[in-house]
Design a protein around this ligand. Structure first.
Ligand code: SF4
Ligand code: SF4
Length: 237
């Protein structure tokens, strides 16, 4: 479809490595439960991702060093700003064609304590077929693992949606073992289970607040992002 190709071209020309379209109608219940009924009026989502720089992610085992932690923190903010600009561009294009849109910013928590946003970028990327959810609760792409930041544009444009990928973690549990406060249970992703079955968000938060207040001045950890073999271009063990 011409409009879809135009949107993809626009996203890629602004630095996006990942672009896909998700059919949200299959996840209506979960979307309404997280963000409210008004979100369910959008049957499609554009999922757009920018890959994080390996030169910085590869340093994350040294995340207790100020220079590493702060460099990653800056990268994270910069990528989020870029993603929001791409989403705005796509949104303007869709609006110009007469379609409704709702832009979900790259980093916009409605509940900071529990790390919950209005809408899950990972849900859109998963339904668009760009990756799967690992036991780390991160969206894992075959190309660069979880080394990606995402943004989402909800729309009523009748775009052609992708289909979900199979989960390819196999027996790997590296993210589970690498998490300093042991925040993951190791259970594989199941869309019918709450996140708490896999992830103790408070352990992650406490550890990162400790890093901010007593170690580096920022809440950078990212070991679950760093360690995934798909980010190292390896097959998981
Ligand atoms: S960011 Fe660090 S503490 Fe939080 S879940 Fe990932 S590895 Fe664990
Ligand atoms: S580290 Fe292993 S288990 Fe965790 S998301 Fe990556 S492949 Fe899956």
């Amino acid at each position: 479809m011409r409009l879809q190709r135009k949107l993809e071209r626009q996203a890629r020309s602004m630095g996006a490595r990942f672009f896909g379209v998700a059919d949200l109608t299959v996840a209506r219940e979960a979307i309404v439960a997280q963000g409210g009924e008004f979100l369910a009026t959008y049957p499609r989502a554009l999922a757009v991702g920018i890959a994080l720089s390996d030169g910085i992610v590869d340093q994350l085992p040294r995340h207790k060093e100020v220079v590493v932690a702060r460099t990653y923190d800056r990268l994270y903010d910069t990528v989020n700003r870029f993603l929001d600009r791409i989403a705005l561009r796509l949104s303007v294009t869709l609006n110009g064609q007469g379609f409704r849109t709702l832009l979900i910013p790259a980093s916009d928590k409605i509940d900071d304590e529990n790390l919950v946003s209005l809408f899950s970028h990972k849900l859109a990327a998963r339904l668009a077929g760009l990756g799967w959810i690992g036991p780390s609760c991160l969206l894992v792409t075959p190309e660069v693992g979880p080394r990606v930041r995402w943004v989402t544009v909800l729309t009523d444009a009748p775009l052609e949606a992708g289909g979900p990928l199979s989960e390819l973690c196999g027996d790997c549990q590296r993210c589970v073992k690498a998490c300093p406060p042991q925040a993951f249970t190791g259970r594989p992703f199941d869309p019918d289970e709450p996140r708490e079955a896999r992830f103790d968000v408070h352990r992650c938060q406490e550890y990162r607040i400790h890093l901010r207040d007593e170690v580096t001045g920022v809440r950078t950890c990212g070991m679950c992002v760093y360690v995934c073999p798909y980010g190292h271009k390896e097959a998981p063990a």
